[in-house]
Design a protein around this ligand. Sequence first.
Ligand code: ADP
Length: 420
Amino acid sequence: MINEIRHRLVLKYTVVIALVLLGLSLLSYFMQKMSNIRFVEEGLEDYLDEEIWEAQRFEFDENSSVQDRIHKIASNAESFHNYTFWYKNNILIHTEEPLMDDVAQKLRQRIEKDAFENGRIYHVNVVSEGQKWYFFLMKQSLVFDDGISGEVFVLGNYTGMKVSAHIYLRNILLSALVLTLIAWLLGCFLVNKSMVYISRSYNKQKQFVSDASHELRTPLSVLMGYTELMEYRYGESAETKAMKKEIDGVSALIDALLDIARFDSGKMSLSVENIHMKDLLQMCLENMAVVAKDTEIVTHLEDDIVVQGDLRLVRQLVFILLDNAIKYSLPPRRLVIVLKRRGEVPILEVGDNGIGIDKAEQQLIFERFYRADKAREATVKGSGLGLALADAIVKLHGWHIELVSALHKGSVFTVVFDKH
Ligand code: ADP
């Protein structure tokens, strides 16, 4: 139990820390990316203005060859280098570009093929020799001094930024991973430290439950003895009957507490045998006939279903489920008990048409002393220990319980004897 809490706490905190770190890393990546993009976009507008200014003053020699119009810029950081293309009457009159002919060629093809609006920023990318190049593109139309119209294109190259952004993302994710590992180690250390106190008080509480239950048993036996003596002397009366009922109730509660204390101590040893489930169920149903006298019980019990378990505990498990099904069903009460195989695995279903259990409470009802609101409203007596015991019994055997329930419709508890 304590170990389970320890593992859950460490896992919970580590997951929370990892998610926070991941969130912060992604946030910082996107903020960095946005500010880079804004930086390039702003630079691009200035670049376009400069190029327009120069283009308008450019003296174009119509006899020059296309090669003469290309102004090559030697660069050792081509992934940051920008491009510009000037057109007059749809003829390329001047271009500035780094040494990469293929990229320039492809950009020119795009510019000449596609239509672009003045002043808008476009994302353009081209692939050259297996590498992808990323650009922001802006265009502006203009009229030259001689009245002929033209266009100036500028392309801001942000390939370098894209690559460094990827490296940045990889690095912060790696750091987040390392920090999560550190958080996990730290979490283990801190949780272990604080668990020392919790486990001490938990053990004390377990010891108290066990001691108090033992102490209460003796006065209860004495009370029962005196009540029976009174009945012997003065005959059975409504008062003695009520006293015996109450004493039985408290005894059952103490037995459950002692059983739970024994499960907790880990000293519970199982005496496993083959149990013929159909026989056991029929016996339990016969024993419950008095309490179930106004309940219709429908049974579908397959023969030859044998499970390996501790007979006393399995009987107790069946009693708890049947008792609850009767207690929490509504008139006209109807129980459906099914014993069958799901594939190879034997299962026992105990269904009722009762008050049902709210979805939010379906996990909680297996906890000690938990009683769902509807059960309290229905003023059904109980201690909230039955299902905690049932859960401990199935876990001890390596089985599990499934629950399907809907408020005001009913519940089906299924024991899956799955360790075969
Ligand atoms: P108790 O019955 O003594 O209260 P249990 O541990 O057996 O304690 O059950 C815990 C709670 O689960 C009950 O108080 C009740 O709210 C709910 N419960 C158990 N079985 C059923 C059932 N068949 N139908 C509806 N509610 C149920």
